[in-house]
Ligand binder design. Sequence first.
Ligand code: G1P
Length: 292
Amino acid sequence: MTQLVRKAVIPAAGYGTRFLPISKAVPKEMLPLVDKPVIQYVVEEAVASGITDILMVISRGKRAIEEHFAPALDLELELEAKGRTAELEALRTLQSLARIHYVWQPKMGGLGDAVRYARTFVGDEPFALLLGDTVVTTKEGDKPVTRQLADVVELHGGSCVALQEVSADKVSRYGIMGGEEVQPGVIRASKFVEKPKPEEAPSRLAVSARYVLSPAIFHHLDQTKPGKGGELQLTDAMASLMAAEPLFGLRFDGQRHDIGNKLDFIKANVHFGLEREDIGGALREWLKGVVG
Ligand code: G1P
């Protein structure tokens, strides 16, 4: 029997340089998709996947994230006095989603470096890692992708990362995994390269913002030297981990909304806006008019 996945780490310390000037004082993770910040969707995915404890890795300028999830008794009293029951309910639900903890990454050093700050929190159990600037949706009726990864790890042990096929001209934006398909959609890793040139990519399978990792990753991060861009790359530590323990990739059916860049941010707002009961219909009509 392997261990259950109960803990999650959400790195949210990056500068968000692709989204300046807004990301100077507003964390990119706090940008709204309709009326909820991106990071709330990420936390909701974790909670829907069975996670009870979350560690957010933050940095200077990210305090709005803490405020968003913290209790606000004055606001509750105000809403109660005004009889705004629906808003009060939404606020209380938000504040009780999970036990949320914070740690500071004092200096940017790459995703691998951010994950290292989670060692004490994680201890000796497998944990989920969800990038705080990316929302991942699955088809209606399907489990959230983090739950799908946890299912693989709870059954087989080891680690499992989410994979999506990308076109050859986009492999240089991602960690790319190569390996052998052991059952439909599940691939055992034998190669990882961070942001390769198309001719150096072992496949077109991109690591896609969601991971469930064995706690042994911390040992491998310790052994890993700075890689691409002079940063400590999680991809390089996973390449080392895969030689010691099973590491799988799961090709999932779903959509990744990377909020860290402008075009995808606008697309995501349209996507979630269209899904909303209150504004979806009106937005659809308006869009038809705009695009002719
Ligand atoms: C990070 C990882 C990369 C991964 C990507 C999307 O890159 O380093 O391996 O494919 O997230 O999950 P970033 O987008 O932070 O440059």
